[in-house]
Write a protein that binds this ligand. Structure first.
Ligand SMILES: Nc1ncnc2c1ncn2[C@@H]1O[C@H](COP(=O)(O)OP(=O)(O)OP(=O)(O)O)[C@@H](O)[C@H]1O
Length: 231
């Protein structure tokens, strides 16, 4: 369970506060106006940004002072972070081992994960030899291999076009949430949230609101969300 306790983050004259709990296994969309603080919230949870006050914890263990790599968290960004000079197999090995070392057992695990994301047999390719959608699948495969319980998604599929984006969202939910991981996903598109989110965190006016069930919130949005949705 992710707990944000009286969290306060300031950047210049921008300030964001959050005080809530996200239950295990939730698929939670983070929504709100541009500049509202969605990426800032994720950066504080991931440990890229130190909060000015409050605490971040996971299953009762405080994370606030831990470096990003020490947290039980993996992150999927839009630019995938695949190393262009390394094969897909090496890129994925970095999800298992910081030096990307390979042995027979790791090769087998990588092949199995590639199969699950629809990239069977693509171990030897460089990222440039994959389509944009396939690169997203490879990045998703690396997150699977990292095996961390909380996955943060900062619009990883935004550049893909609507059909492919929906396909990737479905795949991400199936392979990540399907294994009991908790997902926190920045989303600009209510369709994305309606498709896969169980909950929504609304980030607006300096506050990240507690997660609320997605379906009723999207059916009858409060004013801040209504403006954001263009209704
Ligand atoms: N390094 C910084 N110094 C000062 N202010 C910053 C810094 N980084 C971001 N901000 C401000 O913090 C606020 C929140 O930015 P953030 O990127 O989290 O918003 P967002 O909701 O993710 O926006 P978008 O939907 O446009 O991506 C913005 O007003 C931004 O200008």
């Amino acid at each position: 369970m992710l707990r944000l306790e009286k969290l306060e983050i300031r950047q210049g004259d921008f300030a964001l506060a959050a005080d809530w709990v996200l239950p295990d296994g939730a698929v939670c969309a983070v929504m709100g106006p541009s500049g509202g603080g969605k990426s800032t919230l994720l950066a504080a949870i991931a440990g890229f940004l130190a909060p000015d006050a409050g605490r971040v914890s996971w299953d009762g263990r405080e994370l606030t002072a831990l470096r990003p790599a020490q947290r039980p968290i993996s992150i999927l960004f839009q630019d995938n972070n695949l190393f262009p000079h390394l094969s897909i197999e090496r890129n994925l090995a970095l999800g298992i081992d910081p030096k990307g070392r390979l042995d027979a057992d790791r090769r087998t695990r990588i092949a199995q994960v590639l199969e699950r994301v629809g990239l069977r047999g693509m171990e030897a390719r460089r990222p440039a030899a994959l389509s944009g959608g396939q690169q997203s699948r490879a990045a998703l495969a690396r997150v699977l291999l990292m095996d961390r319980p909380l996955v943060l998604l900062d619009e990883p599929f935004a550049a893909l076009g609507p059909g492919l984006r929906m396909e990737m969202l479905d795949l991400a939910r199936a392979v990540l949430a399907g294994e009991g991981r908790t997902l926190l996903m920045v989303s600009h598109d209510p369709e994305d949230a309606a498709r896969i989110a169980s909950d929504i965190v609304l980030v607006d006016a300096g506050r990240a609101e507690p997660p609320a069930p997605a379906a009723p919130l999207l059916a009858d949005p409060p004013p801040a969300l209504r403006a954001y949705l263009g209704r």
